[in-house]
Design a protein around this ligand. Sequence first.
Ligand SMILES: CC(=O)N[C@H]1[C@@H](OP(=O)(O)OP(=O)(O)OC[C@H]2O[C@@H](n3ccc(=O)[nH]c3=O)[C@H](O)[C@@H]2O)O[C@H](CO)[C@@H](O)[C@@H]1O[C@H](C)C(=O)N[C@@H](C)C(=O)N[C@H](CCC(=O)O)C(=O)O
Ligand SMILES: Nc1ncnc2c1ncn2[C@@H]1O[C@H](COP(=O)(O)OP(=O)(O)OP(=O)(O)O)[C@@H](O)[C@H]1O
Ligand SMILES: N[C@H](CCC[C@H](N)C(=O)O)C(=O)O
Ligand SMILES: [Mg+2]
Length: 496
Amino acid sequence: MKLQELASALLITHIHGDINTEITGIEADSRKIKQGDLFLCIPGLTADGHDYAPKALALGASALVTERVLDLPIPQLVVKDARYAMAALSAHFYGYPSKELKMIGITGTNGKTTSTYLLEKIIADQGFTTGLMGNIHIKIGDTYIENKATNTQEALELQRILRQMADSGTQYVIMEVSSHGLDMGRVKGIQFRSGIFTNLTQDHLDYHKTMDAYAAAKGLLFSRLGNGFSADADSRQYAILNADDEASHTFQKLTAAQVITYGIENECDVRASQIRMSANGTEFELKSFAGDARFHTKLVGKFNVYNALGAIAAALAEGFPLEAIRASLESIAFVDGRMEVVNEGQDYLVLVDYAHTPDGLEKALSTVREFAEGRVITVFGCGGDRDRTKRPIMGKVAARYSDFLYVTSDNPRTENPDAILADIEPGLKEVEYPVHQYVLQADRKKAIQKAIEEAGPKDVILIAGKGHETYQDIMGVKHDFDDRLVAKAAIRGRTQ
Ligand SMILES: CC(=O)N[C@H]1[C@@H](OP(=O)(O)OP(=O)(O)OC[C@H]2O[C@@H](n3ccc(=O)[nH]c3=O)[C@H](O)[C@@H]2O)O[C@H](CO)[C@@H](O)[C@@H]1O[C@H](C)C(=O)N[C@@H](C)C(=O)N[C@H](CCC(=O)O)C(=O)O
Ligand SMILES: Nc1ncnc2c1ncn2[C@@H]1O[C@H](COP(=O)(O)OP(=O)(O)OP(=O)(O)O)[C@@H](O)[C@H]1O
Ligand SMILES: N[C@H](CCC[C@H](N)C(=O)O)C(=O)O
Ligand SMILES: [Mg+2]
């Protein structure tokens, strides 16, 4: 594609140099530049892409997108906002792939990954080719790629993946949309058919600063939906909102899409009642605009009823039969790293779960508390270089629901692990339970081993925070680490 043609995706640009320069690819990271690529100079939070333009030029970049003219012998497309240009140019370069796909975006503090998996299964069972994007995997056709980078990719990467999906025959894409992704404009240029809101509770205040700003970022998914009414069901857009979460009132006002509400407590369109929970699954009665049914899912916890309801509502909006939706949901055993049982035949229960927010931890632990016949032993920590204010809150939650606690490292990233534990500890002390005891053990492997040594018959160990992750990030180095494997080895070690 010629530089001039690419520039036509934006109204206000200024081209310095040859407008007929051929562009063979787009890249925003100088380390990945190939001959003929257009290099986008993005001013970021830690680096400024403009500083890497000489490196991109040296590696064979054919042109630059900049916010100011650089004194370099290379054609430049000067734009007002390089990040916006990244979204617009990438969508243009890849031929607006989201228009060829039915895109369903899921946002919320907790439950996004779980909900994407549930909905993807329902849609795939209907015979459609599905794509999935989230922080476990990216699924393109039958290929699964581990997602080692961010949750919601940069606009450029997103458009590239969506093009691959469209070209390989994908019909529906179910995608996790993070608040960072919305706030940083990574999903600008994506046309969503439906948006699902799971819930809003505290997280990411390091980035958003206030809960209002965090909510506003999530709201962007819904404010962009529904501005074209249509009698054609295929063109309609839906905002699927949790009736039991306050933030839904605001999102309802923001959207022009048809709103479908789901929930348990409040009156809504897709509602669960008569919920029965056990360690083996959850049953509920569903009442919906498309009929009623009793569901027997293998998913553990009331929070998973909410995730199921969001997926059911989205599937009903697509016109799928309730009976088929029920059958699909009932066939799912668990979602990778979410309330996943580690079973080596031991007489205590070990669960690995991805709870890494105060609400997630509360939901996971209150669920465990409900069915635990013995003690609840918790292993958890908090990630480094992330919201510090959630640490004592998570400490308090963990202490409230646990009989015994091992407070340990999650991904310390560039922080000192002991400093993170010190941030958690005041929360532990806020709970005056005579029985609860805690140990600070920064070494996660040792903490898991100790918890397993400590367990007696019928006790339940919840290892929280890392779920499906197969690494531990210490000072920017990703070391192999999988809670499930560490727990398995410890259980086997103990029984030998
Ligand atoms: C806060 C945040 O999201 N930052 C992301 C963002 O950083 P940034 O825009 O500030 O970029 P920067 O690192 O300052 O670099 C500026 C530019 O220089 C370029 N550069 C930089 C170095 C170099 O050698 N050459 C070069 O060209 C970079 O490619 C970039 O284009 O863009 C970078 C490039 O894509 C990301 O790596 C980075 O993610 C950081 C690592 C991150 O941790 N993000 C997390 C917080 C995040 O996004 N999380 C959410 C999950 C939330 C949830 O699900 O709960 C997510 O969606 O993943
Ligand atoms: N609907 C929910 N409400 C509250 N907590 C939940 C809900 N669903 C899942 N959780 C808890 O949050 C954890 C993370 O769930 P999940 O991975 O589905 O969320 P996510 O929104 O994708 O998280 P992330 O922001 O890290 O991508 C689960 O392991 C569970 O403990
Ligand atoms: N999407 C979340 C994942 C947190 C996972 C947890 N293991 C951690 O490292 O804090 C985040 O980026 O905040
Ligand atoms: Mg996720």
